[in-house]
Design a binder for this molecule. Structure first.
Ligand code: ADP
Ligand code: MG
Length: 318
């Protein structure tokens, strides 16, 4: 729904009151305190054929993997551990039988890998398109969930891994680009994202991280959610955005703009986290600094230390 999506969510939000002590609409998950047992975190995300996947391009196993992975990623984004999932699926006639069974294989494989049991769901038919909705419940220590609203002026902004791969993979699919080794890796990242579950928990428990979310729409959009929720601004250094060798190679070969893919394409499902400069020392996996939190309310993009402006034609020196 592009931008209209967020206006609609605001309308929904205005019709309800969130109970005291509960984090409701507006973060990657809802957070509900459960007393001594910690906090319950809940997320739900939907994949619709033709919008989020093409049955002609993704295998059913890949769609099953992705439906689970994008939800696990939202649990990771809070620093919580998933404890159970629910799967609701609408299937047209031509997806019942083999397609549906292979979908479940993909869903079961990733669920088993992270030890997350499927606890229920709903199954119905559909006239034309497959529609999948997954809900995941998770747990974290009381008050330890990392929210979008915790960023502080002076924080460094980090990501947990390379950006732009999934967007480049989608471009390969949509443009019918030749399937080189690099292209295959990028398409794989698009179809089978890795939820950063262990990283999310470690970041929440280390005590040095202040705000976190997962990157589903690209940092140009997602970082703004942290800025809005925290009442801060940000500077992002374009040269510091981590990029995979596969992304660099395909962009050099095809004349694609790697930076645009890295900030705007989305679905990388890496974590975007803010905290002090010492944060990377507190965890045993790489964190890539990409900028810092400032005053103000928007993103300032920097290239070679100079401010550049992002418009529909890409970057323009300011
Ligand atoms: P994410 O990309 O992390 O899944 P979204 O951008 O989909 O987050 O949603 C942003 C916030 O709005 C989340 O807190 C989500 O629960 C909430 N939200 C989205 N759609 C609805 C809806 N139809 N009803 C209630 N809350 C919604
Ligand atoms: Mg999210």
């Amino acid at each position: 729904m592009a931008n209209g999506e967020f206006d609609f969510i605001e309308i929904i939000k205005s019709r309800f009151t969130t109970p005291c002590g509960v984090v409701g609409i507006g973060d990657d998950c809802a957070v509900m305190p459960m007393g001594e047992r910690g906090d319950l975190v809940v997320t739900t995300d939907m994949l619709v054929e033709g919008i989020h996947f093409l049955r002609s391009e993704a295998t059913p196993e890949e769609v099953g993997h992705k439906a689970a992975a994008v939800n696990f990623s939202d649990i990771a984004a809070m620093g919580a551990t998933p404890v159970g999932s629910f799967l609701s699926i609408a299937l047209p006639k031509d997806a019942q039988g083999e397609w549906a069974e292979r979908f479940v294989e993909g869903f079961a494989e990733i669920s088993k890998r992270y030890n997350i049991p499927l606890l229920g769901g709903d199954t119905t038919s559909s006239l034309r398109d497959v529609c999948v909705n997954v809900a995941v419940l998770g747990l974290c220590q009381s008050g330890k969930a990392l929210l979008r609203s915790g960023a502080k002026v002076g924080d460094t902004i980090y990501v947990t891994g390379p950006l732009g791969d999934s967007g480049a993979g989608l471009k390969v699919i949509l443009e019918g680009t030749e399937r080189t080794c690099e292209a295959d890796v990028l398409v794989g990242r698009h179809h089978q994202p890795t939820p950063r579950l262990t990283e999310g928990v470690a970041l929440a428990l280390c005590g040095e991280a202040h705000a976190m979310m997962d990157i589903s729409d690209g940092i140009a959009s997602d970082l703004r959610h942290i800025l809005k929720a925290s009442g801060v601004g940000a500077e992002v250094c374009l040269e510091q955005l981590p990029m995979s060798p596969e992304l660099r190679t395909i962009c050099a070969d095809k004349g694609w703009n790697a930076t645009e893919l890295a900030i705007g394409a989305g679905e990388d499902f890496e974590l975007l986290v803010t905290g002090g400069e010492g944060l990377p020392l507190e965890v045993d996996f790489p964190l890539y600094p990409i900028g810092r939190i400032t005053e103000g309310g928007d993103i300032t993009w920097l290239s070679q230390g100079e401010v550049v402006e992002l418009d529909t034609q890409g970057f323009r020196h300011f």
